[in-house]
Design a protein around this ligand. Sequence first.
Ligand code: SAH
Ligand code: SF4
Length: 346
Amino acid sequence: MAATQTEQVVLKGLPLEALERWAVSVGEPAYRGQQLFDWMYHLGAQSAEAMDNLPKPLRQRLTEETIISTAEIVSSTPSQGGTTIKYLMALGDGRQVEAVSMLEKGRHTVCVSSQVGCNVGCGFCATASMGLLRNLKAGEIVDQLLLARDDRQEPVTNVVFMGMGEPLLNYREVLQAAELFHDPKGLGIGAGKITISTAGVVPRIEQFARENRPYRLAVSLNAATDEIRSRIMPINDTWPIAQLLSASRLYANRPKRTVTFEYVLLAGVNDSIADAKALVKLVQDIHCKVNLIPYNDIGGDFRRPAEEVIDAFFREVAGASFPVMIRWSNGSDIAAGCGQLAVEVA
Ligand code: SAH
Ligand code: SF4
């Protein structure tokens, strides 16, 4: 059936070459693509009207035939002290996602969502309760960062794909967004400052390693035995720990790559000294570091371990050959900590 209306092209999220091609396709010189690129990614323009070095007819055409921005801030919630802000953002189709901005020690880290919801079903994560509504487009991921940057008026130094969703189940769009973050002509964020976190989609980790992507990889390990991991992360039934670790090794064996293992500490589930010893044994021959994340409450059956239990676990792991850190989430008072992001779905 023939389309009755021409679809508007979404420009946000396109790389420079695609913008140049679009410019040429509408009879404009290719350098207009560069101008669009600068307006969108450097200057944060949300509409064509703002682009005042473009000729008026082109601006008119952009307004009619393209969509520049695909997201807007609905509300922002600052944490106590204001270092962290959680943003609720609305997408073009009315769906909503959350993004978090954290200012700390001269760094501005933005945590972006990669999907609306998630269907990986980890038992300790608020996003899981939403199910998967849809993947985000690269432009919608880029917009989260630009909106947070411009609201805070602080250049972004670090990006983490640790918001809602499983980034590696939206591989193409996530990598396209990462390229724009990294591109020196785009946002110019160092590849080592862009982290993609995965629950363990093994074939995509292998692809990521094979393609020698320069970004940091964080793997949510969260347990040291298949029995415990399968109980809290159903994805482990598809890709158990041995497969996950060999994929992680593939990445970490590349020059200048270190894999980060994340380990959410859950009281009475994975926080014993025996668990700590098993964790060390699993990862000690991999070029890695380990982040221990004390569980953030989402109102379910899990609990955060007592501080002395967290300390004892840390001390046990800290004796090993790789670096280990406890990552106290910023903004857990505003439900902006790891795993606390979820929005109401109608
Ligand atoms: N889907 C990806 C990225 C989003 S989750 C992933 O699972 O890695 C980002 C991190 O938050 C993961 O390491 C996850 O294990 C952790 N997390 C999820 N729920 C949490 C909770 N309630 N408390 C603390 N960390 C949590
Ligand atoms: Fe999805 Fe990650 Fe939450 Fe698991 S922890 S449900 S993969 S967002």
